[in-house]
Ligand binder design. Structure first.
Ligand code: 13P
Length: 340
């Protein structure tokens, strides 16, 4: 294992004020988002959309790495240039989603476990040969009546750690994503307690599987009240609660924490990340960055709507969101940035 290279890649992913762009929606998820906007759900439209993203002028100023899906890593621009080449030339490190999705966990109604370990070693070798330098695996933890169960948390944490170990063996930096999802009417405190429990278990398992913390990135949820909870705390309280949870659970050896957006609005995701950096940045052992999919892409997708005459406007919207999140990393984001 080349520890130095792993550590350097992990550090580059969270260097400066840049962050990750998650553009690794599975075919099913991408189609679902297309369907809502009336975009045809075909390979050709998915390719065109991903071309729009990777060719956005200036993207590399704000984005350190892009997470691709298997279909996308093999695709090219209309003129035949591979997407991977375009990203690398823009200074963006290519990554790849390697889990095969969250499936019902046997014996645990309402809970899921993420699959994809079978054959993973060989797939990682192939992705590395193609040029990927990091990978992602997402576990999903729901909050509800009597859940999450210990069995669900342990199964997901174990799979994340097995995946992370295999990634490091193959020279890829694992982005470890245990997502406590926002759906539900739970209070902020419940999300705090569940996130704390999940992260403790994940780091126990990472240790048991001998994952080198310096060569990984954590991609957690922010600590938030449920989407339908009647009490929605302000940006600063969310920032304080999230950082408190992370300080209790994430070892200082981890170079960076890159949040998922999880269905927050684009503006709130930026504002909350900004508040964390304003209030805590100088006192934290790890970088607080972003690895958003929806909170970066959604406005652009809604402008594009599958119409090629909208590509430039959509790219401007994508670039703008990337810039807002860079500003949030520096603690310099403000509402005026949204008035364009
Ligand atoms: P969201 O930012 O839309 O939550 O997506 C992040 C991600 O990569 C989910 O796996």
């Amino acid at each position: 294992m080349n520890l130095q290279r792993l550590t350097e890649t992990a550090r580059s992913l969270v260097a400066g004020a840049k962050g990750l762009l998650a553009m690794d929606e599975s075919t099913g998820t991408c189609n679902k988002r297309f369907a809502i906007l009336g975009i045809p759900q075909t390979e050709a439209f998915r390719r065109a959309y991903r071309e729009l993203i990777v060719t956005t002028p200036g993207l590399g100023e704000c984005i350190s790495g892009a997470i691709l899906f298997d279909e996308t890593i093999h695709q090219q621009k209309e003129d035949g240039t591979p997407f991977l080449k375009i990203l690398v030339e823009a200074g963006i490190i290519p990554g790849i989603k390697v889990d095969t999705g969250a499936k019902e966990l046997a014996g645990h109604p309402g809970e899921k476990v993420t699959e994809g370990l079978d054959g993973l070693r060989d797939r990682l070798v192939e992705y590395s040969r193609l040029g990927a330098r990091f990978a992602k695996w997402r576990a999903v933890i729901a909050i509800g009546e009597g859940i999450p169960s210990q069995g669900c948390i342990e199964a997901n944490a174990h799979a994340l750690a097995r995946y992370a170990g295999l990634c490091q063996e193959a020279g890829l930096v694992p982005v470890v994503e245990p997502e406590v999802i926002m759906e539900g009417n739970h209070m902020l405190e419940q999300c705090f307690n569940v996130t704390e429990r999940v992260l403790r278990t994940v780091f126990d398992q990472l240790y048991a599987q001998r994952v080198v913390l310096e060569g990984m990135i954590l991609k957690p949820n922010m600590v938030l009240p449920g989407l339908t909870c009647s009490t929605q705390e302000g940006v600063e309280e969310i920032a304080d609660t999230t950082v408190r949870c992370l300080l209790r659970t994430v070892p200082a050896a981890v170079p960076g924490i890159a949040f998922l957006s999880g269905g927050q609005s684009s503006e709130l995701a930026s504002a909350r990340l900004n508040a964390m950096n304003v209030r805590f940045k100088s006192r934290l052992p790890w970088a607080l960055a972003f690895s958003f999919a929806r909170a970066i892409q959604q406005p652009a997708m809604a402008i594009w709507k599958g119409d090629n005459t909208h590509v430039l406007a959509a790219q401007q919207a994508l670039y703008h969101r990337a810039q807002c999140n860079c500003a949030a990393r520096r603690g310099e984001y403000n509402a005026a940035m949204e008035k364009r």
